[in-house]
Design a protein around this ligand. Structure first.
Ligand code: PTJ
Length: 246
């Protein structure tokens, strides 16, 4: 339906993934709105992986490959946009996959798990109530986590967050990596490593970086998330400046 020649074809195709995810019961209505919020920031960063985001991806890859118990936290939007990439990243880094939803529902968890399994996932955590436990200092449904997963992880990848959980995970001693197109969001500001990029573009780059780093004992470089975020905000400012001078 979307002509290849359409100037916004890529963006429209990404939107279709979300709409299909919604129809298949993976994505919640609010997830469609969250995607629109992301699209707006993607436009502002120039719809490309910036040099600054590449730096964050390198730091994230190193944290993931060097982690003892990494976990990839999956919500509805992430599952609809990147099911294959989630499985691939888990395979390369040994990270567990855990479903953790803000708008929690058993039906949606099952639909997400089934999509991940269709894409090659082995075990998917966050589904069996006998392993459920709580993250302290968090009131949303996201406080319920899997004892074998997020609860005992050292590094957690939490893309497309809504903010409260990143702060709670930090207080609970976890290293948090996130993908967030909005460099000013609470999640972006609270995480240890924020990749200001669309998960659609950033995940394959993150996978590649993990492949290159795995098995190598590369000394850890200090990563300054605040500085990296400032550079992303500067990039937005420059883009706006360029547009307003045109
Ligand atoms: O599936 P659930 O129930 O866990 O719900 C998930 C949503 C996404 C609905 C929930 O976490 C939510 O409401 O999120 P927010 O508060 O809208 O935050 C989502 C953040 O992700 C915003 O800062 C968006 O800019 C950003 N974002 C949206 N789409 C993308 C994105 N970041 C990277 N890649 C995207 N494709």
């Amino acid at each position: 339906m979307i002509p290849k020649s359409h100037p916004r074809a890529i963006s429209l195709h990404i939107r279709e993934k979300l709409v299909c995810g919604f129809r298949d019961g993976l994505v919640v209505e609010e997830g469609l709105l969250a995607h629109g919020r992301g699209e707006m920031f993607d436009y502002l960063i120039g719809e490309k992986t910036t040099k600054t985001s590449h730096e964050a991806i390198r730091a994230a890859a190193q944290a993931l490959v060097q982690a003892k118990s990494p976990v990839i936290s999956v919500n509805g939007n992430f599952a609809a946009l990147c099911p294959k990439e989630i499985v691939e990243l888990s395979r390369i880094t040994g990270a567990k996959i855990e479903i953790n939803l803000f708008y929690a529902s058993e039906k949606r968890k099952k639909a997400i798990a089934s999509t991940l399994k269709k894409n090659g996932a082995g075990e998917v955590l966050g589904i069996e109530s006998k392993f459920a436990t709580r993250i302290p200092k968090l009131d949303s449904a996201r406080r319920i986590v899997d004892r074998r997963g997020i609860f005992s992880a050292d590094v957690v990848l939490v893309p497309l967050e809504d903010g409260d959980r990143t702060i709670a995970l930090k207080k609970f001693g976890k290293d948090v990596i996130t993908f967030d197109l909005n460099p000013m969001s609470r999640t972006a500001q609270a995480a240890d490593i924020t990749i200001v990029d669309n998960v659609i573009r950033g995940m394959p780059i993150l996978i590649d970086a993990c492949k290159k780093m795995s098995g190598k004992n590369i000394p850890k470089k200090k990563f300054d998330n605040k500085k990296n975020l400032e550079k992303s905000i500067q990039a937005i400012k420059q883009n706006l400046g360029r547009m307003s001078n045109a």
